[in-house]
Write a new protein. Structure first.
Length: 367
C-alpha cells in the first residue's frame, strides 16, 4: 500500500486532531496515512445547583454519548481526511460490545461514503473483535492492521505461533495485513527502541506483509518539567527511527509512525483543567517548547510573536506559507493586545498541523 517513505501519525479522534488533519495541504495528505484512535467522550460537569453524578451515572452517560457519536464519525473522517487510506483503532473504547458496535457501524457507513478505512487489532484483542475486523477487511477489500506491542516481541517463537493461528483463523494472508510495531513511550529510553527494533526484524515473513510500520512516542507526559520560557526536548522517536532505517543490516525498512506532540499513553481529559499558554513547535531533531503560565492565555500571543518575529528563531521557524499551524502562529503574534488569544484546542491544532507537515516532508526528502 505504501513504502517506508510514508508517515503514519497516531491521533486521538478529538477536535484538535481533526482540525489539524483537515487543514493539511493536498501534498502533505498524499504523504500520510493517519492512525485514528477513537476515544470515549468526557463526562459533562454538573449544572449549577445539580449534584455531582456518581461514577456509575457518569459511565452510563459517557457510553450513551459515545453511541450517539458513532454515526457521526464517518462524516467527520470524510470532512477532515477524505477518501485516502486511514487506520481505525478501537482499543481505547471501554467494552468489547461497544468496540464491535462502533467497528461495524463506522466501517459499514464509511464504505457507503467511499472511505478507505482499515481496522486495527491487537493479538490480545477479544476473539469476536478479531473475527469481525477480519470479516470486514475481506468484505470491503481494504485489509487489516495488526498492531504488535513490546510484550509480543519478547518471545519470537510464541509470536510466530500466535500470528500463524490468527492467519489461519481469519483466512487472511500477510499481503492483506499492515504490520505495525508500537513501542509506545520511548521518552529518554533509547535502549528500548534498539532492543525491539532489532527484535522486529525477526518477525516471521517480514517481507510479505502489505506494509511494515514502526511507532513510538517521545514527547513528555506534560510540560511540568519545562520552565516558563524557552525549552527543548529531543525527538527521540524520530532520531531513533533515522538510525534504524539507515542500518545496512535491515531485512525490511519500516515506515515511521509517532504520536506527534503528545505523550503516547492516553490520559482522559480532566475537567476544569486550565492549560498553560504554550507553543509546542517541532524542529529538525527536537521540540521547541515556549511555555506560558497556566490560565494566562494572552501569553500565547507573546510566545507566537517571539517565535515568528525574533531573529533568534529565524532559522527554525518555517514561516506562514509552510502550514496552517505556522500561519496561525504568525497571525497570533501580530497584536499582543488582541483579545482573540485562541484556546487550548486551537493551540494544539496549530502544533499538530505543523508537526504533521514537517515530518511528512522530512520523510519524503530522505535520501
Amino acid at each position: 500500500m505504501f513504502t517506508s517513505k510514508h508517515y503514519v501519525p497516531v491521533l486521538k479522534w478529538k477536535p484538535a486532531e481533526q482540525q489539524a488533519l483537515e487543514k493539511l495541504g493536498i501534498k502533505e495528505k498524499g504523504l500520510i496515512s493517519p492512525l485514528i484512535q477513537l476515544v470515549m467522550p468526557t463526562p459533562k460537569p454538573p449544572k449549577k445547583g445539580e449534584r455531582e453524578k456518581t461514577r456509575n451515572e457518569q459511565l452510563e452517560e459517557v457510553i450513551s454519548s459515545f453511541k450517539t457519536k458513532i454515526p457521526k464519525v464517518p462524516e467527520e473522517i470524510l470532512k477532515a481526511w477524505g477518501k485516502t487510506p486511514a487506520f481505525l483503532d478501537f482499543s481505547l473504547i471501554y467494552t468489547p460490545a461497544l468496540r464491535i458496535e462502533g467497528l461495524n457501524q463506522i466501517l459499514t457507513a464509511g464504505e457507503s461514503l467511499g472511505l478507505f478505512l482499515i481496522p486495527v487489532i491487537n493479538l490480545s484483542s477479544d476473539q469476536e473483535i478479531k473475527r469481525e475486523a477480519s470479516l470486514l477487511a475481506k468484505k470491503h477489500s481494504h485489509g487489516l492492521c495488526l498492531r504488535l506491542v513490546c510484550a509480543d516481541l519478547e518471545d519470537i517463537e510464541k509470536l510466530s505461533k500466535e500470528i500463524g493461528d490468527f492467519l489461519e483463523t481469519s483466512t487472511l494472508t500477510e499481503k492483506d495485513i499492515d504490520l505495525l510495531v508500537d513501542l509506545k513511550d520511548t521518552y529518554e529510553n533509547e535502549d528500548k527502541y534498539s532492543k525491539f527494533g532489532d527484535a522486529s526484524q525477526n518477525i516471521p515473513n517480514l517481507s510479505k506483509w502489505r506494509t511494515f510500520i514502526f511507532a513510538s512516542g517521545a514527547f513528555p507526559v506534560d510540560l511540568t518539567d519545562c520552565e516558563v520560557g524557552e525549552n527543548y526536548r529531543k525527538r527521540l522517536d524520530w532520531n531513533n527511527w533515522l538510525s534504524q532505517v539507515h542500518s545496512k543490516t535491515l531485512k525490511r525498512r519500516p515506515s515511521f509512525a509517532d504520536y506527534t506532540i503528545q505523550h503516547p499513553i492516553y490520559r482522559e481529559s480532566v475537567r476544569f483543567f486550565a492549560p498553560s499558554a504554550s507553543i509546542r513547535y517541532t524542529i529538525t531533531d527536537r521540540w521547541l517548547i515556549l511555555r506560558g503560565q497556566k490560565g494566562k492565555s494572552v501569553q500565547y500571543l507573546a510566545n507566537a510573536q517571539l517565535l515568528s518575529q525574533d531573529q533568534k528563531f529565524r532559522k527554525v521557524f518555517c514561516g506562514a506559507n509552510f502550514s496552517f499551524g505556522d500561519a496561525y502562529i504568525v497571525e497570533k503574534g501580530k497584536d499582543l493586545k488582541s483579545k482573540k488569544t485562541g484556546n487550548a484546542t486551537n493551540w494544539l491544532t496549530a502544533g499538530i498541523n505543523h508537526h504533521l507537515a514537517l515530518t511528512a516532508h522530512q520523510i519524503a526528502n530522505l535520501s
